[in-house]
Design a protein around this ligand. Structure first.
Ligand SMILES: Cc1cc2nc3c(=O)[nH]c(=O)nc-3n(C[C@H](O)[C@H](O)[C@H](O)COP(=O)(O)OP(=O)(O)OC[C@H]3O[C@@H](n4cnc5c(N)ncnc54)[C@H](O)[C@@H]3O)c2cc1C
Ligand code: HEM
Length: 396
């Protein structure tokens, strides 16, 4: 909880900090990466840096956290922290890196806001930073302990057992631990980070949702190749995995993390995805099929065409194993026997008390969420995963 004098200062300076926060975080990253180039090369996603989206996510999260602190002082604003902590844990972020981020963030704040940063203002925002940082460190400590690893020690070598082309643009990889151990279980909906060494020596990290059953002896991911468009470069890691990784190769893969996890307690479930967002849904369906889940499950997916719908047969076959599942697939370009156009829930029955999981591009999730709310699904029962920095979180 923020002390009262600091809360008053944060409340008074929030508009000024909020207005300058993108400039502040931009300068912060410049300073951080000048002092620690290895962090940009081997830890941060340089595609996100180039596109500016990570900048917005970090900036947004600090502003959202400070806003919550001053407006709802009695609540622990952990809601915005879980997702960040899971992402940090999947990257192996360490407690001793927080003072480094602090140093460069506060140097950037002073430079952008100048004389407005009196010692009193600096102290108040320092308190916000450390409340957030210490809360993150505490959650991350628990997340490392839950995997039975020392802080940050999340990386292991995994061997590629098989690789199949799920569609022209999606490659599915099955992995097993290179040391011969069995794969530790994960929770359906979670992802792993994968780190690859690129041609220039950078070791870039990206996240991939696990697609197989949580208790399987192997782990599976499905990677969509991201092409460059209108002058933007090809996606670095997805292209690398597509071009270079074959059965027998070793991949550096993190322990599983992610706070979008399936809760199956008998409430009606709704799993709605679009494009490559089907991956966490496949793990959820595999889990439900494996545990003999018999409550109603509505399985929805939208794609460009049946041919671009990755793992479509698995999607259908897993849903078919459930005794009470309704399945609807929408294809923009049409497809025999399925629905045409964008996902439209007007004639889809959504049972009272439904718990929904969404994954896909942000415009798809906004539209799906709006339709679900209109059909009476409680906002708290709509869970989602974003395949990039969470800009929804920033807007929360
Ligand atoms: C929790 C989570 C789960 C995920 N699960 C999956 C999954 O199951 N399957 C899957 O395929 N993906 C998944 N993703 C997405 C995945 O992590 C990667 O983001 C994706 O593979 C693209 O990475 P990349 O390295 O190929 O592209 P990047 O190199 O990161 O590029 C991403 C985009 O940024 C653009 N860009 C790069 N540089 C610039 C520049 N200078 N200017 C402008 N634009 C630029 C690129 O053109 C591209 O469009 C998931 C992401 C998250 C966060
Ligand atoms: C209080 C301090 C911090 C805050 C508020 C913060 C906030 C965030 C947020 C909001 C995200 C995006 C999460 C998502 O939606 O995916 C993120 C990602 C990330 N954070 Fe932090 N973070 C902090 C400290 C740190 C530290 C100390 C490090 C390590 C040096 C770090 C490294 C990263 C990395 C590498 C990512 C992923 C970036 C990407 O893939 O683009 N963060 N952080």
């Amino acid at each position: 909880m923020l002390t009262e004098p600091s809360a008053a200062v944060v409340r008074a300076t929030l508009p000024a900090v909020g207005a300058a926060i993108e400039e502040i975080t931009g300068l912060f990253y410049e300073k951080l990466f000048r002092a620690h180039p290895e962090l940009l090369r081997d830890l941060f996603n340089r595609g996100n840096q180039a596109a500016g989206s990570q900048r917005q996510a970090l900036a947004g999260s600090i502003a959202a956290f400070a806003t919550r602190l001053v407006h709802r002082p009695d609540e622990r604003p952990d809601v915005v922290l879980g997702r960040i902590a899971h992402k940090h844990a999947s990257l192996g972020v360490l407690p001793e890196q927080y003072p480094i981020v602090h140093e460069h963030l506060f140097a950037a704040i002073s430079e952008v806001l100048g004389d407005a940063v009196t010692p009193e203002v600096a102290r108040a925002w320092d308190e916000v930073y450390w409340l957030m940082a210490n809360a993150l460190v505490a959650i991350e400590r628990r997340l490392y302990a839950a995997q039975g690893v020392a802080a940050g020690d999340v990386w292991r070598a995994w061997e590629v057992v098989s690789r199949t082309d799920a569609t022209a643009d999606v490659a599915a990889f099955v992995l097993r631990p290179a040391d011969g151990d069995s794969a530790p279980a994960f929770r359906a909906g979670q992802y792993v980070s994968v780190q690859v060494e690129l041609a220039d020596g950078a070791r870039q990290i990206r996240q991939y949702s696990l697609t197989g059953a949580p208790s399987a002896a192997t782990r599976s991911i499905a990677v969509k190749r991201v092409p460059g468009t209108d002058g933007t470069p090809d996606g670095e890691v997805s292209q690398h995995l597509h071009t270079h990784v074959r059965p027998g190769d070793l991949l550096r893969v993190s322990a599983p993390y992610g706070d979008l996890v399936l809760e199956a307690d008998g409430a009606p479930l709704l799993l709605a995805s679009a494009g490559i967002g089907c991956t966490p849904m496949l793990a959820m369906l595999d889990d439900l099929a494996g545990t003999g889940h018999d409550a109603p499950v509505t399985v929805l997916h939208a794609d460009r065409s049946p041919a671009t719908h990755a793992l479509r047969e698995d999607h259908e076959a897993l849903a078919a194993k459930l005794p009470d599942a309704a399945v609807h697939f929408w294809y923009e370009q049409g497809g025999a026997g399925d629905r045409t156009g964008l996902m439209d829930l007007s004639d889809v029955t959504v049972a009272p008390g439904t718990r929904a999981y969404l994954c896909g591009p942000l415009p798809f999730m906004r539209a799906a969420r709006g339709q679900l709310l209109a059909k009476g699904v409680a906002a708290a029962d709509i869970h989602y995963e974003v395949f990039g920095p969470d800009l929804w979180l920033a807007a929360a």
